[in-house]
Design a protein around this ligand. Structure first.
Ligand SMILES: C[S@@+](CC[C@H](N)C(=O)[O-])C[C@H]1O[C@@H](n2cnc3c(N)ncnc32)[C@H](O)[C@@H]1O
Length: 227
């Protein structure tokens, strides 16, 4: 089976687009609006967004935070993101190539984190979360998402491996979670309080090379506070 390092280049190839300007969509995931209004005050803090992908959520974050540090391992994704940043004339987004397992920031440097749609693609999501916690300052908010077992990709793809895992299109690791698994994982993560875990579903447009038609997603979104 591939490890997380090996699939990084498969993610990168996903952004070599022929028929679209961007892979994941023009507009941010709808639940981001709820998160922003509930947990943040406009314009006074910074946020790490990892992964930024090609930037659908970055644009929204840049209107809300003083600075957005947008990171991904995919150079192709970051190139699309940079084009969007210049198209929207954003001056508060810093774009960096960073791997979540090997972040270059000092411990406690980050004020807040958004980790949307990466942890389900990692073999060690808990290890990645612990790194995010270490890099965040006390009082900082860490938002993340994990695919729910109810997500439609799970029933549509037939390449099932063990334990709620599929290899999407035979090349990308997807693991699906039950609420209880997420709750018990957080019981073993130090220095955080779990502020919320909520199941959300939403409609997405076509993604070139993935599902090229409108579809729904279902994920658990969690909110942690660094103690
Ligand atoms: C499903 S996309 C989500 C992108 C974005 N958050 C969004 O919702 O539009 C997953 C992203 O994770 C990135 N990625 C994969 N492994 C990574 C790692 N170890 N560290 C940082 N980013 C990674 C991929 O390059 C890809 O852009």
């Amino acid at each position: 089976m591939m490890n997380d390092e090996e699939q990084i280049s498969n993610w990168d190839s996903s952004y070599a687009l022929e028929n679209s300007d961007h892979l994941w969509g023009e507009s941010h995931v709808p639940y981001l609006d709820n998160i922003l209004s509930e947990y943040f005050t406009k314009n006074n803090t910074n946020i790490l967004e990892i992964p930024s992908g090609d930037g659908r959520n970055t644009i929204k974050l840049s209107g809300f935070f003083e600075t957005v540090i947008a990171c991904d391992t995919s150079q192709n994704a970051l190139n699309i993101l940079k084009q969007r940043i210049s198209r929207y004339r954003l001056d508060n987004v810093v774009v960096l190539s960073e791997n979540i397992y090997d972040l270059s920031f000092a411990d406690g440097y980050l004020e807040n984190v958004l980790c949307w749609d990466l942890l389900s693609h990692l073999r060690d999501p808990k290890g990645a979360i612990e790194i995010l916690v270490r890099k965040t300052s006390i009082g900082g908010i860490i938002i993340g998402s994990l695919l729910s077992v109810g997500d439609s990709t799970f029933s549509e793809q037939h390449n099932h491996l063990e334990d709620n895992v599929i290899m999407y299109n035979n090349k990308l690791y997807y693991k699906y979670y039950e609420l209880e698994q997420i709750e018990s994982m957080f019981k073993t993560v130090s220095n955080v309080s779990v502020e919320n875990i909520v199941k959300v579903s939403w409609l997405e447009g076509a993604h070139e090379g993935f599902r090229e038609y409108e579809h729904t997603h279902e994920s658990y979104v969690f909110v942690l506070k660094k103690r």
